[in-house]
Write a protein that binds this ligand. Structure first.
Ligand SMILES: Cc1cc2nc3c(=O)[nH]c(=O)nc-3n(C[C@H](O)[C@H](O)[C@H](O)COP(=O)(O)OP(=O)(O)OC[C@H]3O[C@@H](n4cnc5c(N)ncnc54)[C@H](O)[C@@H]3O)c2cc1C
Length: 408
């Protein structure tokens, strides 16, 4: 049999493309060498958020006297947190496997390679296809001198399999992965050191967001080092270029991911393999575009960093604005709901130009949801004046968007 599409990789890019094409009546075969769901479901988005959730609950329980409750934790076994994370991943994967099956796409669990533009080979078979989609994803980046030994120098994959918490950890890199793991470990009372080569934490973010994260990390006693990197490691003792000496139980190297590229140009490349924006929802947007011709705007892919408070942004950043932009920053202390939730650290910043929103940067509880309100407005050319007409429910964090816009 010849298939319409052969897809290498069963992550968000591959399975979304496969399901959408199969639903259109195309014959689709997906090759997955490991587990359906890819990095996102098995080693990324879902497992980290499951562990993060447990860690947030732990931290909040320890601080429960702040809100008048006196709760104590009787026992704590980190291996159970990992067990629960594994169960969560399995549940979500089972649902995905069923959805892919129901779509009509076929899955082959084997490593696949492109032989030529119409042939995919695995160890056991050869498959004829009209078109090949390459969605093999990415792998943790190994820095020179910091190669993963999976004992002292760990990758973001390794750290998901820990069954015991370390006493202290050194994290390299303050991108999304570094920040989220710094929060997880710190919530669990692990001593966290974080080394960032750039001038600020989360250097991909708006400058005001970076500075707020620095303040939050200081409050949480996360020791971070800016403009710094590893000078040497001797007997598991790390010396940073600044001269700081750290003796962590291990290093989590979270300095980015390398796209896995095909050897040929005779295929469509989607998702992390493209080496562009390495986010699951970007991979899904690309898949929708390829399978259904649904357009997306690369400049309007939202970013979210999880943990309390959440961080989310889209569009232009303060450091890239020229004079004709207006900006307003509303502290979340202006919102009654933040006081009710004991979550007053954060802000909603909106950048506008000619009555249209051009960017938003939010550090707040529920920021991951709020950013979509902004996105819907930008995508649909809704003006600031039109947004002001909306009745935002009270008390909510959404009110903050209205309050901020009223101050422009
Ligand atoms: C710790 C961590 C946390 C993350 N958190 C988030 C988050 O909160 N939100 C977000 O949007 N993104 C997050 N990401 C990024 C997200 O996981 C990726 O952007 C997304 O998984 C990319 O999807 P993909 O389909 O391109 O690749 P992948 O998900 O990597 O899937 C590629 C698949 O291809 C398979 N494969 C590779 N080569 C072959 C071959 N030759 N034959 C057969 N199969 C092959 C792999 O086994 C894999 O299953 C996170 C990543 C990490 C590491």
């Amino acid at each position: 049999m010849e298939y319409d599409y052969g897809i290498i990789g069963g992550g968000p890019a591959g399975y979304t493309t496969g399901m959408l094409l199969a639903q259109k009546g195309k014959t689709v075969i997906i090759f997955e060498k490991d587990k359906l769901g890819g990095t996102c479901l098995n080693k990324g988005c879902i497992p980290t958020k499951a562990i993060l959730h447990a860690s947030e609950l732990y931290r909040e329980t320890l601080c429960s006297s702040n809100i008048g409750l006196d709760i104590s934790i009787n026992s704590f076994d980190f291996s159970k947190v990992i067990e629960k994370k594994n169960q969560t991943v399995e549940k979500v994967r089972k649902a995905l496997e069923l959805a892919v099956k129901n779509s009509g796409a076929q899955v082959v669990y084997e490593k696949a390679e492109i032989k030529d533009k119409n042939t995919i080979v695995t160890q056991t078979n050869e498959y004829k296809v009209s078109e090949i989609v390459y969605a093999a994803g990415s792998a943790p980046k190994e820095l020179k001198g910091l190669e993963f030994d999976h004992k002292f120098i760990l990758s973001s994959d390794d750290v998901l399999e820990l069954t015991k918490l370390p006493k202290s950890v050194l994290i390299i890199g303050s991108g999304a992965i570094g920040i989220e793991w710094a929060r997880i470990f710190s919530n669990f009372k692990v001593e966290v050191y974080l080394s960032e080569i750039a001038e600020h934490l989360l250097p991909i973010a708006d400058i005001e967001v970076s500075k707020r994260i620095e303040r939050l990390f200081k409050q949480r006693k996360i020791k971070y080092f800016l403009n710094d990197s590893i000078d040497k490691i001797e007997n598991n003792i790390v010396t940073l270029k600044s001269g700081t000496v750290i003796e962590p139980d291990f290093i989590l190297s979270a300095a980015g991911r390398v796209p896995l590229k095909p050897d040929t140009e005779d295929c469509i490349i989607l998702g992390d393999s493209c080496g562009e924006i390495q986010l699951a929802h970007y991979a899904i947007s690309q898949a929708k575009n390829f399978a259904h011709n649904i357009a997306y705007d690369k400049t309007l892919i939202p970013s979210v960093i999880y943990g309390e408070p959440e961080i989310a942004w889209v569009g232009i950043k303060e450091q890239d604005c020229t004079e004709d932009y207006k900006k307003v920053t509303l502290p979340v202390t202006a919102l009654g709901k933040s006081w009710c939730d004991d979550a007053t650290d954060g802000f909603i910043k909106i950048i506008t130009k000619d009555n249209f929103i051009k960017g938003a940067h939010i550090v707040s509880k529920e920021a991951s949801a709020l950013i979509h309100e902004i996105l819907i407005a930008i995508e649909n050319n809704i003006t600031v004046d039109e947004l002001k007409k909306i009745s935002f429910a009270h008390p909510t964090y959404s009110e903050g968007i209205f309050e901020a816009l009223m101050r422009i």
